[in-house]
Design a protein around this ligand. Structure first.
Ligand code: IVH
Length: 706
């Protein structure tokens, strides 16, 4: 923008943008920017209006809590307004600390008074819902709307199996809390409004989008995929046709109450928020198992951190946690400011989606020649890290998302997952933006790239002639889980290959001090260190060696199975496809890939030369068919063990024949848990799966070896 803007212009512009995005979000269920971008604009307008109160208009988006009711739905005036919650800063400890300090001050507590009791909950990323029960029967479900007036969506909410249509006449919360009123039967109130969040579980969202994709592929009109689970849930709730809503699996969590009136048998007289949650649970509403009663700022900080670590493993999206003062008398004392209770705050996590621009689309060459289009992005802070690259996976995906250089895109990074381009903001596209097309040759060695029938990827046909593939192959061989050459990192490999010193794997073992010190920025001391780590790697194990060869489809687990089955390298190299198929988990594609690899003379030559260079391992007897104590069993590791690294614990379990998986399911035989174990441990307990600590694992292993 070149013309200087007056505050009044800027405010009008921000309002217009916010109205536009709110319409896309609330009315069309099709937001074009991530929430973080909306929040940014909203905060900018709030700040501007705070500095210039004369600019405040009654129709400003800052003066409204949510969206407007759609014309096509009947409107509902909430008996008690549906409030929003104030959000504390994103920073770790300070958000919780600031809240606790404020509460203590407002409750006039002194330094000697006890810590305040809070209920810490998850902040579900769905949409708020008010469920009205009269004489125990669900009579109405309404969205929040603007907080005062929402939409009647009863017809769709009835399709959610988790929501009781009728409350049990004699619920009791026995055992839910120690010595509370819940130990007695809970009378069904004459009117009970349950407040909570409707959401879509991640797995249900993925499955829905999968179905939507096949509908689109089949040419069905008017179908689209959804940007995220919240968006899909909102779309389902606001369907006019309940049969369509019923096909979109929704879930619900209860977190509070609206209007409540007592029945003839008296009303529920809760004294704490936690008690109220336990009553909701007793009435049959889902209440998140992560909910905790905690004490003081320290308890809140601890909860925020624990949930932050477990966040990506949860089966649904959350965007933060919510802290609520537990004692209802204290809540009443604290009261409200405008539309927000003073007794609750939301403490958000860094947004997992942000906007940025695509500066280029480059093609990366992988170890097996796979060509991956990668979007080079203007650096953006998302999901807690600065992201500059996002994979576009392959040609079809890049086309499907239609990402073009210059585009403004939504980038998502959740946990350790590779950053992804979610969608393009089409109204920000340059008119001359060029459609991306995949080149049909390798960008590094210029060999032809081919895409085989039924495959998604193009592959460079250059093989080890391609320096990019060679670099990757060397790095793979040197990997910590392969022969492990500690000091051979990617910078060094890059230099060695570019200088033509290392052309094939055996060249690593022929490196001398002179060749190394001739490289840029390589002093004699570090060169000696490199040589020592190369020397050390010569004494290896056969599974590491086989894995290190980088045979397509042969990962660590398959390499171990092959060695266990055949015992010796020559036996593996000479095995026929039929013999290979006898190995557990080896199917036709893997068997063929192994055969093809060893049928190539240059690969056999590399193996011979490596042996000649002094690589050794102990060979074993063919185990073919023999079983180990844990054969056929699956274990999961979680948390930090006191002495063993994760790799060591994994090796230990695998050596006994177990498989080590990443997530707990009904098929898990045991879980080994250490400090800060999170949701996997909870899940194991829930499913009644045996849990060991490190000491138990070590004792058991020692026993097996006796
Ligand atoms: S309590 C009086 N608890 O966050 C406080 N809200 O602005 C009323 N939300 O759209 C809300 N998880 O739908 C509360 N555990 C939780 C929540 C939660 C998600 C949503 C709620 C509302 C927004 C608050």
């Amino acid at each position: 923008m070149t013309t200087p803007q007056t505050p009044s212009h800027l405010a009008a512009q921000l309002r217009e943008q916010l109205h536009h995005h709110a319409h896309l979000y609330y009315v069309l269920d099709a937001p074009s920017v991530p929430d973080a971008e909306y929040d940014r604009l909203f905060k900018a307008l709030q700040a501007l209006e705070a500095a210039h109160p004369e600019l405040l208009t009654p129709d400003s988006p800052t003066q409204r809590v949510g969206g407007q009711a759609l014309d096509s739905f009947a409107t509902v005036r909430h008996a008690m307004p549906m409030l929003s919650i104030r959000t504390e800063t994103d920073t770790e400890a300070s958000g919780a600390q600031a809240f606790d300090t404020r509460i203590r001050k407002e409750l006039t507590l002194g330094d000697n008074d006890a810590a305040v009791e809070y209920v810490a909950e998850l902040k579900f990323d769905g949409l708020a819902m008010s469920l009205r029960y009269e004489q125990g029967v669900l009579v109405q479900a309404a969205t929040r709307g603007d907080g005062e007036v929402g939409e009647d969506v009863t017809h769709n909410i009835r399709t959610i199996g988790q929501i009781p249509l009728k409350l049990p006449a004699s619920a009791s919360g026995q055992g839910a809390t120690a010595a509370s009123l819940l130990d007695q039967a809970l009378p069904v109130p004459a009117v009970l409004e349950v407040r909570g969040e409707v959401y879509m579980a991640r797995a249900d969202f993925e499955a829905l989008n999968e179905r939507q994709r096949s509908r689109i592929a089949a040419g069905e009109k008017g179908e689209k995929t959804f940007v995220n689970p919240r968006n899909a849930a909102a779309g389902a709730v606001r369907q006019l046709d309940p049969t369509i809503a019923a096909q979109r699996p929704l879930s619900f969590f209860a977190y509070g109450l609206g209007e409540v009136t007592a029945s003839d048998q008296g009303g529920p007289n809760f004294t704490t928020h936690h008690e109220l949650l336990m009553a909701l649970k007793a009435w049959g509403f889902p209440v998140a198992v992560q909910t905790r009663v905690v004490h003081g700022a320290a308890g809140l900080v601890d909860f925020h951190q624990r949930i932050g670590q477990a966040r990506d493993a949860l089966p649904f999206d959350i965007d933060g946690v919510v802290y609520k003062v537990n004692r209802l008398a204290a809540q009443r004392q604290l009261g409200f400011v405008t539309r927000e209770p003073r007794w609750a705050v939301a403490h958000k996590y860094p947004a997992q989606e942000q906007l940025t621009t695509v500066q280029a689309i480059e093609i990366q060459v992988g170890r097996t020649g796979k060509l991956t289009p990668v979007a080079k992005l203007a650096p953006v802070f998302v999901g807690g890290v600065t992201v500059t690259n996002a994979t576009l996976h392959n040609e079809d995906e890049a086309r499907r998302k239609d990402v073009r250089v210059g585009d403004t895109v939504v980038v998502r990074r959740a946990g350790d997952v590779i950053p992804e381009v979610v969608s393009v903001v089409l109204d920000k596209r340059w008119p001359d933006a060029q459609i991306f097309t995949m080149q049909h040759h390798c960008p590094v060695c210029h060999s032809p790239a081919v895409r085989e029938e039924g495959e998604a990827d193009y592959r460079c046909t250059g093989g080890l002639f391609c320096s990019a593939q060679r670099k990757q192959a060397i790095l793979h061989f040197a990997h910590r889980r392969a022969v492990e050459i500690e000091d051979l990192g990617d910078k060094l490999v890059e230099q060695l290959v570019d200088a033509g010193v290392v052309k094939a794997l055996p060249d690593i073992y022929r490196l001398g001090l002179t060749a190394l010190v001739a490289l840029d920025r390589m002093a004699e001391k570090s060169a000696n260190k490199v040589l020592a780590s190369i020397e050390k790697s010569k004494q290896t194990t056969l599974p590491r060696f086989v894995f290190g060869l980088g045979i397509r489809h042969v990962g660590e687990a398959t390499a171990k199975e092959l060695v266990r089955h055949f015992g010796k390298l020559d036996a593996i190299m000479d095995a026929t496809v039929d013999q290979l198929l006898q190995v557990p988990d080896v199917g036709p594609i893997v068997a063929q890939s192994i055969r093809t690899f060893f049928d190539q003379a240059h690969n056999r030559e590399v193996v011979e030369q490596l042996r000649a260079c002094g690589l050794t391992w102990t060979e074993g007897e063919a185990l073919a068919g023999a079983s180990l104590p844990l054969t056929g069993q699956t274990y999961v590791l979680t948390g930090t063990l006191p002495t063993l690294s994760r790799d060591q614990a994994k090796d230990m379990l695998e050596a006994l024949g177990a498989k080590v998986a990443g997530s707990v399911s009904k098929k898990t035989h045991g879980v080994v848990a250490g400090a800060e174990a999170g949701s996997k441990l909870d899940k194991a307990r829930e499913l009644g799966i045996p849990v060991w600590d490190e000491a138990a694992l070590l004792a058991w292993v020692a026993d097996q070896q006796r």
